[in-house]
Design a protein around this ligand. Structure first.
Ligand code: NAP
Length: 316
């Protein structure tokens, strides 16, 4: 095999990619794990993990570094590379193009590229990104000591990260567009009993305002009457969901209305030899535990597939 030819290529080194690398390496398959940034994926944006069996409480970055070290012990190679597209050659081999370099080739590909935080898409959001607008409490929370902050969203991430931000902020106001939370009840209960957290429900952000340099507040609209109000805050943390990185395949692969890949029970997408696991895959919930479980299945299925001879089309 040439230096850029592998049996299994894995795209993205979050929990799913790291688990797939562990299993593919342990199955003695020539495996490459391509990752543009620091391994760990969304773990790096999570302060504390309390629902990963065996670890009653561990920080996201600690779990990421343990998973990375473990993933590479069985021989998978991790290479820094930003994948730009994946195509399938006539013999079924996958061609993985990367920024600034020659392509990689593999018999099977496991897509574990996670996604990006969804944007609110309101005036001021782009203008003040990194200047009071953030999508990562762990990364940026400490810059807001003693300030009043706003958190937008009503899912697990918003409730969890709002609690984390109360360590630094004088007060955190959570703004949600409905009366009911999407988040797990245990997180809602914890947030409700946090004395530094208050809630503005049935309300949306119309604009993030500032002085041209930094965020100074929010213009809110309260439903259903469309009454408006201003909320002065020093920063706003947006946790309104996730957009999957599912645009890498150059051919069609079946996906749901939000772009998450649909797979069979072996985690294979509608493209033979292309698997998906973790936050790029359509599923009931996106937990670290589901990511590692599905990645295990994907790696085992990919291992079986690459042990079969490639089907070369007949010349008739
Ligand atoms: P999510 O569950 O999709 O929740 C997104 C929240 O943002 C919803 O409350 C939604 O409101 C709101 N929202 C969406 N678009 C909006 C908009 N344009 N304006 C205002 N609000 C908007 O996303 P998430 O919290 O990032 O979680 C993603 C996945 O990761 C979930 O499966 C979650 O379980 C998992 N996760 C788990 C943990 C944990 O278990 N500890 C921690 C973090 C994340 P509606 O409710 O009205 O739709």
């Amino acid at each position: 095999m040439k230096s850029r030819e592998y049996e299994i290529a894995i795209v993205g080194a979050g929990p799913a990619g790291l688990t797939a690398a562990l299993y593919a390496g342990r199955a003695l398959k020539r495996t490459v794990l391509l990752e543009a940034g620091i391994p760990g994926g969304e773990l790096l944006n999570t302060e504390t993990i309390e629902d990963y069996p065996g670890f009653a409480s561990i920080t996201g970055p600690d779990l990421a570094s343990k998973m990375t070290e473990h993933a590479l012990t069985f021989g998978a190679e991790m290479i820094p590379a930003r994948v730009t597209s994946i195509s399938v050659q006539p013999d079924g081999t996958k061609r993985i193009s990367v920024e600034d370099g020659e392509p990689y080739f593999a018999k099977a590909v496991i897509l574990t590229a996670g996604g990006q935080p969804r944007k609110l898409d309101v005036p001021g959001e782009l203008e003040y990104a990194g200047r009071g607008v953030s999508y990562c409490a762990v990364c940026d929370g400490a810059f807001f000591k003693g300030e009043h902050l706003a958190v937008i969203g009503g899912g697990d991430a918003a409730l969890e990260e709002a609690g984390f931000l109360t360590r630094y902020a004088s007060r955190v106001t959570l703004i949600h567009r409905r009366r009911d939370f999407r988040a797990q009840p245990v997180l809602v209960e914890r947030a409700r009993t946090n004395p530094k957290l208050d809630f503005v429900m049935d309300s949306v952000v119309d604009e993030i305002t500032g002085d041209g340099q930094r965020v100074e507040g929010l213009r809110l609209r309260h439903l259903p009457g469309d009454e408006v109000s201003a909320l002065p805050v020093g920063g706003v943390f947006i946790f309104i969901g996730f957009l999957p990185n599912s645009g890498l395949l150059s051919m069609h692969a079946d996906h749901d209305s939000q772009g998450y890949y649909l797979t069979d029970s072996n985690m294979q997408t509608s493209v033979p030899g292309v698997y998906a696991a973790g936050d790029v895959r359509a599923q009931l919930t996106r937990q670290v535990t589901t990511a590692v479980g599905d990645a295990t299945t994907a790696a085992m299925a990919a291992t079986k597939l690459v042990e079969l001879p490639l089907e070369v089309p007949s010349q008739s």
